[in-house]
Design a protein around this ligand. Structure first.
Ligand code: GLY
Ligand code: MN
Ligand code: MN
Length: 470
């Protein structure tokens, strides 16, 4: 009798049960599969990466399950660089680009195959298929991904077999695989930067996914506004759950922890505790994004008067942020330095803060010294895609010191945050936080606001809320 697990209710497995479990299973191999829609796009991305690293082996792991406690794992989310190059979402996998003697690379996707039914592992291991769901066979994965697949359990031996090949791996994704390869940290960082660079410009398929993410997010925001008109919307948690339902129904998940910040919580940039009340007369800052089933996320913020109408001071702040966003969005066009939208929005808010007398002018001086940052706190936006702060490891010269190109998707999200204990502003401003965040696609002509389906100006927001008022 094999031993059972600690504190499990079964003491062990009898030989008879073990034998019973191993037999009587149908062959479920699927032969009707088609390549995933993303497969040819992923192949083009791999070719672009291959051209940047001639003669070198590149290893891009997907990542492993992370255990929360005992036998309870966190939901698995693969490394975005792996998803981008394969279209795959499997855990414990890795893409390997093996240099060909004549130039170019051969790509192999290492995968965890289906569990063997010849041992007890397939029904006793808590991460086994019988507990967590069926995986594709290697043959099925080859069809779906359009690239040769191998058993990941042989990867270390396979790579050791040609250990003279210069190798890079993306670090911090798969500790065991990383430890098995003797690679150089700086050269590995260059690979990670290249993967980020590669995602700066989205291809046509990705832009379609970004549209789907934003469209679902617009529906999620509408769900929340509908709830605001009901008596049940008395807590931030309820609104968080309302958005989450849409994200799970139409996508994979939320792309980041939703910020449902009512009242003075709106002045806290990363308020994800969401455990406060929702009171009439206050503002609700909702920053949330649906992540599609293919793992592309939106990132949208609206700041809404909970009772449906802005107070005069709320509107004054809102209009200042709106003007800054208009100035920022006007700077989003191909060929423009990336920083332009940020600088235009921050300059606009610096001017308003000087007018209010909250920082010392003249506005140019205040802006040069960055004085507005006491109230604007963050940068005005970031690239968006598979990660909410996408391409974060890209080379500085290609990202923040780079130039906008058609196909880039970025957020423009100015905000003003007056802390409840800030004695430098009049009492009626304290505890007000406003952010407006939209997702912009850079086009040949200028830009397209992908999140234009949501109202933005104060008047539009109020009219939208009246539509749903109970
Ligand atoms: N929701 C995170 C951000 O806006 O950057
Ligand atoms: Mn953002
Ligand atoms: Mn956001």
């Amino acid at each position: 009798m094999a031993k059972g697990r600690k504190n499990g209710l079964y003491a062990g497995i009898s030989d008879e049960l073990s034998a019973l479990m191993r037999t009587g299973w149908a062959d479920t191999e699927r032969t009707d599969l088609e390549p995933a829609e993303q497969a040819p796009h992923a192949a083009r991305r791999r070719a672009a990466l291959s051209a940047r690293f001639p003669g070198e082996r590149l290893v891009i792991p997907s990542g492993n399950l992370k255990i929360r406690s005992n036998d309870d794992p966190y939901p698995f989310r693969p490394y975005s660089g792996y998803v981008h190059l394969t279209g795959d979402q499997a855990r414990d996998g890795a893409l390997v680009l093996e240099p060909r003697p004549g130039g170019g690379h051969d790509a192999h996707c290492y995968q965890l195959p289906r569990d063997s039914r010849d041992t007890d592992e397939f029904w006793t291991g808590y991460t086994a298929e019988l507990w967590m769901g069926r995986r594709p066979t290697l043959a099925e994965a080859e069809t779906l991904l359009g690239l040769p697949c191998r058993d990941v359990r042989t990867i270390t031996a396979d790579l050791a077999g040609s250990s003279g090949t210069p190798t890079r791996i993306v670090r911090g994704v798969d500790a065991a695989l990383q430890a098995a390869l003797d690679t150089d940290e700086d050269r590995d960082a260059e690979l990670e930067a290249a993967l980020s660079d590669l995602r700066l410009v989205k291809d046509a398929w990705e832009i379609g996914e970004m549209r789907r993410a934003v469209d679902s997010t617009v529906r999620g925001f509408t769900d929340v506004v509908r709830e605001l008109s009901t008596a049940v919307a008395t807590s931030e948690r309820w609104l968080e759950g309302t958005f989450f339902r849409r994200a799970r129904l139409e996508g994979n998940d939320v792309g980041y922890g939703s910020i449902c910040a009512a009242g003075e919580h709106a002045t806290i940039m990363h308020w994800t505790r969401n455990d406060g009340p929702v009171r009439p007369g206050e503002l609700l800052l909702l920053d949330a994004g649906v992540e599609t089933g293919t793992l592309y996320t939106a990132d949208v913020t609206r700041t809404l008067p909970i009772s449906g109408t802005f107070s005069p001071v709320q509107r004054e702040v809102y209009d200042a942020v709106y003007a800054a966003q208009e100035a920022g969005m006007a700077a989003v066009r191909p060929g423009a330095p990336y920083r332009d939208f940020h600088e235009a929005a921050q300059r606009s808010m610096a001017e308003q803060l000087v007018k209010w007398g909250f920082i010392e002018g003249p506005a140019d001086r205040a802006y040069e010294l960055g004085l507005q940052r006491r109230f604007t706190m963050a940068g005005t936006g970031h690239m968006l895609g598979l990660d909410v702060h996408d391409c974060a490891r890209a080379r500085t010269e290609d990202y923040v010191n780079g130039v906008l190109e058609p196909g880039m998707v970025l957020t423009v999200e100015p905000g003003l945050y007056f802390q409840p204990d800030d004695l430098t502003v009049p009492a009626e401003f304290r505890g007000i936080g406003v952010r407006i965040e939209d997702d912009l696609l850079v086009t040949e002509e200028g830009h397209e606001n992908l999140s234009a389906g949501l109202p933005r100006s104060a008047d539009e927001v109020e009219a939208w809320m009246r539509e749903f008022a109970g």
